[in-house]
Design a protein around this ligand. Structure first.
Ligand code: GLN
Length: 380
């Protein structure tokens, strides 16, 4: 394996999902729903295939989908974007992340991100040859240490990468934090990359897009996808929204990574994004019930549960159970309790910082969540 990928192991999500199968454990690890996406979206995909929408799509997206993405973004942020020049459809947000890093970062550029971070950020930044600086968000509230962030910015800083609502903590960046980041970006001529794939799973407060802050659109790449919002994580439809000068870089990388994304699935995605607001309200209502089952159960089982205001994840502290670290705890949880969770130490540059934490997901049907909680209450 090439040096730039040497330090990365099989992803923790893959590892944990195969352990779940091997041990017959309930999988509250990898974030994928164990229920299906909406019927009207699945029907749209079947229709598109039958209608013969099966050859290469236009590289940067099927026109209908580019338009649906732009209208959705306008509803969410008030920003008018040109679907032809500022929206790029990719094969999942993971590809949009890679295309952003590879298309806009030069070797040696510094990129600041927040730990714990989604694993693909570090790997794709490494592929791009970037120098990574991580600012750690600490429990209980995982708020941004503003002074630390400010002193991390140097003349070599090219971009700040944020993820809100934040995987794995469930933290949502506040308007004050986003304002502070925006000011830093503008004063130091730094770009912002923002992964907002959980934007429709914001339970306590409204999601705020960094691009919507004054003067930020022109320096921001907003990344999103269909998977979480429509419970279709296997469809791998994502996108990047950015002003033309940044879209250029993203599209150049995308053209040589995947060239284009599945044509019929893009057609169906476009139908999905035109769902009425009631769809999103119902999604949120359902997830609130699931979240309460998991959070109450984890508390009853004896975990220290940190507040999560968005995403379908909850971060807890396992120290009351006396294990050495997150890996040891998760091994016990799989083998002796029959539940899989994610050990988050891989989401830090220094794994020590995550050793007391464990991430659980609640994107499962209520019966599964109850069964997992019962096992933990009984056996931990
Ligand atoms: N985003 C999903 C999670 O955090 C995992 C995606 C993946 O397996 N790469 O659980």
């Amino acid at each position: 394996v090439a040096k730039r990928l040497e330090k990365f192991k099989t992803t923790i999500f893959t590892q944990m999902s195969s352990l779940a199968i091997k041990h017959g454990a309930i999988n509250l690890g990898q974030g994928f729903p164990n229920f299906d996406g909406p019927e009207f979206v699945k029907e749209a995909a079947i229709k598109a295939i039958k209608e013969g929408k099966n050859q290469y799509a236009r590289g940067f997206g099927v026109p209908d989908l580019n338009s649906s993405i732009a209208s959705r973004f306008k509803k969410d942020t008030g920003l008018d974007v040109d679907p032809e020049k500022e929206v790029t459809v990719t094969s999942g947000c993971t590809e949009a992340i890679a295309a952003t890093m590879l298309g806009l970062i030069n070797p040696g550029d510094e990129v600041i991100l927040f730990a714990p971070f989604y694993d693909s950020y570090e790997a794709t930044l490494s592929m791009a040859g970037a120098k990574i600086k991580a600012i750690t968000l600490r429990p209980p509230d995982f708020s941004v240490p503003l002074n630390e962030l400010k002193s991390a910015v140097t003349k070599d800083t090219r971009a700040i990468l944020i993820n809100t609502p934040h995987n794995p903590t469930g933290k949502m960046f506040s308007r004050e934090e986003l304002g502070f980041i925006a000011t830093l970006c503008k004063e130091n001529d730094v770009l912002a990359f923002t992964d907002e794939v959980y934007d429709k799973l914001a339970f306590e407060e409204d999601h705020i897009s960094l691009a919507s802050l004054p003067g930020m659109y022109e320096r921001t790449v907003t990344l999103n996808s269909l998977g979480k919002t429509f419970s279709l994580t296997g469809w791998k439809i994502g996108w990047a929204i950015a002003p033309p000068h940044l879209t250029w870089g993203v599209r150049q990388a995308h053209a040589f990574l995947t060239f284009a994304t599945s044509t019929p699935m893009q057609s169906a995605a476009s139908v999905a994004l035109r769902a009425p607001e009631s769809y999103y309200e119902e999604l949120k209502r359902d997830y609130k019930v699931k979240k309460a089952i998991l959070v109450d159960g984890l508390k009853a089982a004896g975990f220290i549960v940190y507040p999560s205001s968005g995403t379908y994840f909850v971060m807890v502290d396992h120290t009351p159970f006396g294990f050495e670290n997150d890996i040891a705890f998760c091994e016990y949880l799989i083998k002796e309790v029959g539940v899989v969770a994610i050990p988050p130490s891989v989401f830090y540059l220094n794994p020590e910082e995550g050793k007391n934490l464990v991430r659980f997901t609640f994107c499962k049907d209520e019966g599964t969540l109850r069964a997992a909680v019962d096992r933990m209450k009984e056996k931990l």
